[in-house]
Design a protein around this ligand. Sequence first.
Ligand SMILES: O=P(O)(O)OC[C@H]1O[C@H](OP(=O)(O)OP(=O)(O)O)[C@H](O)[C@@H]1O
Ligand SMILES: NC(=O)CC[C@H](N)C(=O)O
Ligand SMILES: [Mg+2]
Length: 504
Amino acid sequence: MCGIVGIVGHSPVNQLIYDALTVLQHRGQDAAGICTIDGQAFRLRKANGLVKDVFEIKHMHRLQGNTGIGHVRYPTAGSSSSSEAQPFYVNSPYGITLAHNGNLTNFDELVASMSVMRRHINTGSDSELMLNVLAHELQKSNSLCPSAEDVFEAVRQLHRQVRGAYAAVAMVIGVGMVAFRDPYGIRPLVLGKKETEQGTEYMVASESVSLDASGFITLRDVAPGEAIFVDFDGNLHTQQCSDNPQHVPCIFEYVYFARPDSTIDEISVYGSRVNMGSKLGAKIAREWEDHDIDVVIPIPETSCDIALQIAHELNLPYRQGFVKNRYIGRTFIMPGQTQRKKSVRRKLNPISQEFRGKNVLLVDDSIVRGTTSEQIIEMAREAGAKKVYFASAAPEIRFPNVYGIDMPTSEELIAYGRDVDEIRKQIGADGLVYQDIEDLEAAVRQANPTIAHFETSVFTGRYVTGDVDQAYLDQLNASRSDDAKTKKSGEQSTNLEIHNVCHP
Ligand SMILES: O=P(O)(O)OC[C@H]1O[C@H](OP(=O)(O)OP(=O)(O)O)[C@H](O)[C@@H]1O
Ligand SMILES: NC(=O)CC[C@H](N)C(=O)O
Ligand SMILES: [Mg+2]
């Protein structure tokens, strides 16, 4: 899950974009990039690493200009090479740069269409493909300076060619900034503004929290299929560019990805997690009527709000029994299983007095590969717990994700081919309870009943874009499973370091 941001301002935007990216860091820890427009030139800095490490003062000085876009990356296509960090750049028919959150499901088809379009692709990134489709469609306007209508027509044509999930922001030199969301609105995108003495500034971002951090107020979510265009005179234009938009946002944003202080599609992420706690607490009370749980303990950090509400429902004490090392990032979005496994104990350490002689209920937002739950239960026992029960605020995850979460294969998922009792044994718990899918959907929908359906394929195996078949999933497995990535990592090169060439 990557994070994207774009600003058309009246004064330098480098620091604002940097600040916005730091609060989107939870969406991608692998690479970061910022591109600004300085006169007629793009200024670009992108590299592997966290925002704080990628941008040194010398880079920030070079990122001049009042318009810019930024990206934090969690790879779901191609490799982890720094040449696939974003934003991407093309120089024809105009100077265009683009940052993308999501994952395209018709990668091969798009690669094949590139030769017809006479466009060159330099990496294995789906985002580079999408940029080239946009460039190709803009070229059809046959104009030296495309109008808002030309830009919207290009996005309309892009929606017809590109499949999968995408929230994207692009800049066209001399023209403006365009942002768009796929016709199902799977990935989030929010629009904000700031009034200044020089006029209105506009910003788009993956999450509202980055508008807060950069001093913008949230106007609204970008609608599924809609495009937002801000020209360089600062005028905002918007248009629905999809033939058949439907709103089916990804439910995993609420379960895990997004920050609790963000609001996505008019639903507070925090509020949805509290509701998840209410529903799961009620299920535990119902199904484990005679339970002997002494204390509820969250597995920091994402599950804290959920666990507190479960404790409230069960009328039990809530204790922060694990201390989180604030210098270790999120383990689930780390690129390899060895690194993920090692990081759990580095990240979380128990306070034994909260475990000694007690029956504890550990709560997590989700169990994906089981990396966290297996180790954390072991740690709880080592700390002296008598019994260790486990609750997951999301249902069993049994299917790959193809829309921007790097879960490319069923075999890596602990719930694949196992029922709840088998999973319980595998993670070593005395009892295990999962949220029901209906309850999860209801918990999230509560704040915005207009959303009839959520993207829930990891639980159901139903893919909303209708183009995901077994052949595609097999291919994804072959190219992106942990084994495949390990094999590939030896071959990875950074391609040409053309993206960081320093111009005087
Ligand atoms: O079953 P697994 O494969 O371990 O994946 C699930 C775990 O990973 C995530 O935590 P993460 O450490 O990424 O982030 P957090 O600090 O936001 O909870 C999630 O919150 C679960 O704890
Ligand atoms: N998680 C994402 O949104 C990834 C974006 C894009 N598919 C990449 O791999 O760079
Ligand atoms: Mg976690």
